[in-house]
Design a protein around this ligand. Structure first.
Ligand code: CTP
Length: 435
């Protein structure tokens, strides 16, 4: 009996999928179809898949052509499958020509011509597209335009800047559709706004966009006042839209997995969280307030909102400018310390110490796909590694698209009351640093 296998995502099942499955079946007596799992697709950077795994499997099953359906869950699985299922022929579309030749040692590899003029990508682009606009006061986009290309259903069209020349130069640089220096006119034709102006103008732009019913992403912090932030979230709720801050950390698989494992007792009871950032290294160089927010967010996610006491120890130069700051946050049974290097270079690192071991995210921990655990009594480090693409913004955009689709009015990765708590802590830090 000749055994054939073929693989695919099979999103928005179409004629091309049917054809390849049919032709694969004709090459043997028994056909196995591998359907990619959601986590495998995310791992390999394919963020735009619409149908659930169950639905995609069901569509393959309904062809009546597959004798067996399996799930493709990791890179390198094909070799194992070929051996395990005693495969004679691997079939893939011509878009993969040459890519699987290394499997010829194990079975025949057949590349079949793709069906013309149809693909999941094409079908996805025919759905509803949300127009995004960017509000800026310089011509840097923080890779927003590039990152948005990896998420289906969104398209960056417009740029607003109070300074017409900046808007024009931004528009030319990123090849956008139009530039504006009237905010109301800019808002008229966008669904989602990304606000990346300097901090003193953010709250005003956010409020005006929310009141026009636009979804808003803003650089973090959105404001330095917790009262104002509560008000902005209230406006978002009243207008049935989501307001999210650009804190990439909470959208990363590695960080979410770390939080989950730590809360499931990976290293026992938490005793200490230490995070250190050099301002110069944080997203191409940021202000103290912008930098420290991400660190507070990490602490909050790990130790919770119930911080009992906050202290700061700032080092300043002769002109009174910040050089370095060490912030401590006291919790019942645990202590968090945040080190910020303003003009000095410090080792970026996040270390979590528990009664039974230690978890470390080395280097740029706010932008990571990797962490390691050192468990007491175990000789070897346990390493956790996840794919991480670009600067992480795409994961936030992807989540926003899901929120829009599900008509959600709050982000579950960073709840509104968590955002407010971060700003309350920041208010205390700023008060103590300036007293
Ligand atoms: N395929 C095909 N003809 C098409 C589209 C896909 O023969 N017009 C084949 C692919 O070559 C692959 C299998 O169907 O072997 C599953 O492809 P998949 O990546 O799921 O579909 P695409 O439509 O190519 O998806 P996307 O646009 O997301 O890449």
């Amino acid at each position: 009996m000749k055994r054939v296998i073929t693989y695919g995502t099979f999103d928005l099942f179409h004629k091309g999928h049917y054809n390849i499955i049919k032709r694969a079946k004709a090459l043997g007596d028994y056909l196995i179809v591998g359907v990619t799992s959601e986590s495998f697709d995310i791992e390999r950077g394919k963020l735009n898949v619409r149908d659930s795994l169950i639905k995609r499997i069901e569509n393959v099953r309904r062809t009546g052509l597959a004798d067996e359906i399996i799930i493709e869950e990791y890179q390198g699985q094909k070799v194992n499958d070929i051996i395990k299922y005693d495969i004679d022929v691997l079939v893939v579309g011509s878009d993969w020509r040459g890519k699987f030749d290394y499997l010829k040692n194990y079975c025949d590899v057949v590349y079949l011509e793709r069906t013309k003029n149809i693909s999941s990508t094409k079908l996805r682009s025919e759905g509803v597209i949300f127009n995004m606009g960017i509000v800026t006061d310089d011509i840097r986009d923080n890779d927003f335009v590039e990152e948005s290309k990896y998420v289906s259903g969104v398209h960056v069209e417009r740029v607003f800047s109070e300074d017409h020349e900046t808007a024009q130069r931004f528009c030319d640089k990123y090849e956008l559709g139009s530039c504006w220096n009237s905010y109301d006119e800019f808002l008229a034709d966008v669904d989602i706004v990304y606000i990346k102006t300097s901090l003193n103008r953010r709250a005003e732009y956010i409020e005006r966009a929310l009141k026009k019913g636009k979804y808003v992403i803003s650089d973090s912090p959105m404001t330095l006042s917790s009262e104002k932030l509560r008000y902005l979230f209230q406006v978002a709720r009243e207008n049935n839209v989501v307001l999210i801050e650009r804190t990439t950390l909470v959208y990363l698989r590695a960080f979410n997995q770390l939080v989950w494992l730590v809360h499931s007792n990976l290293v026992g009871d938490l005793v200490s969280v230490k995070c250190a950032i050099s301002q110069d290294d944080f997203e191409g160089g940021r202000t103290f307030n912008e930098t420290v927010c991400t660190a507070i967010c990490a602490v909050l996610k790990l130790l919770g909102k119930k911080c009992q006491d906050i202290n700061t120890n700032a080092v300043r130069n002769q002109e009174g400018r910040f050089v370095y700051d060490m912030i401590s946050m006291k919790y019942a049974g645990a202590l968090a310390t945040i080190e910020i290097g303003t003009t000095v270079d410090i080792e970026n690192e996040l270390v979590i110490i528990g009664s039974n071991g230690r978890v470390t995210i080395p280097n740029d921990w706010w932008n990571t796909g990797y962490f390691e655990a050192n468990i007491s009594g175990k000789e070897f480090l346990k390493r956790y590694s996840f794919n991480f693409e670009g600067n992480g913004f795409r994961y936030l955009l992807q989540e926003l698209m899901i929120m829009i689709r599900d008509k959600r009015t709050e982000c579950t990765r960073l709840f509104y009351d968590e955002s407010v708590r971060i700003i309350e802590i920041l208010e205390t830090i700023n008060r103590k640093d300036n007293s």
